[in-house]
Design a protein around this ligand. Structure first.
Ligand code: MN
Length: 208
């Protein structure tokens, strides 16, 4: 074994209709797992890639391997960004949000617009860039981990596989529902410390 599929930090039925257990079965159990499996195949075939963390591989690879390790990290972080419990931004984060966007509702509207407006597959994100909050998005397997000076606070999967079971083609409904009801603000607030990347990172175990 090299990289592992991280366990979900909640039960698959914890979100009710918001995110169904069936979505977790496919999204975590099959899509996320497939990125882990493929990355491990590529790493097993090249000794120079072994013993590295996801972040190290993201920052040093391109093409097929980048896509796999980027997606392992992105999904690992995405699961941590969600919570079935109602949470609120910390006072520190709230102050930064108000300064940058005016209000939390305004931030959520901007995140929704970014998620809906992002063409094709990718990720909408709230990041800290040079100390300032910024809403942005990434194409396909691209990830904030790849960018120097960017600290990820929150990401939202906007690949069709994230919403097709529960919301069919309606990405706006998925984005609206999760942004309003499923953000783990405790986790997002914690990431202001600049350690968000490592919270979803892992180092490959020694391979036989
Ligand atoms: Mn996904």
């Amino acid at each position: 074994m090299a990289f592992n599929l991280p366990e979900l930090p909640y039960s698959k039925d914890a979100f009710g209709d918001l995110i169904s257990a069936e979505t977790f079965d496919y999204h975590h159990g099959k899509h996320h797992q497939a990125y882990v499996t493929k990355a491990n195949e590529l790493i097993a075939a090249d000794a120079a890639l072994q013993g590295k963390s996801l972040a190290e591989l993201i920052r040093s690879s391109k093409g097929v391997l980048f896509n796999q390790v980027g997606q392992i990290w992105n999904h690992s972080f995405y699961w941590l960004c969600l919570s079935p419990e109602k949470t609120q931004p910390s006072a520190e984060l709230k102050a930064k949000i108000d300064e940058a966007f005016g209000s939390t509702d305004a931030l959520l509207e901007k995140l929704k617009a970014e998620a809906v407006g992002h063409f094709a597959s990718g990720w909408a994100a709230l990041v800290l860039k040079d100390g300032k909050l910024e809403v942005t998005s990434y194409h396909d397997a691209d990830t904030p981990v790849a960018y120097e000076g960017v600290q990820p606070l929150f990401i939202l999967d906007v690949w069709e596989h994230a919403y097709y079971i529960d919301y069919r083609n309606a990405r706006p409904n998925y984005a609206e529902a999760l942004l309003k009801n499923a953000i783990n603000w405790d986790f997002v607030s914690q990431n202001l410390d600049g350690r968000g990347v490592e919270r979803a990172d892992q180092k490959a175990e020694e391979m036989a």
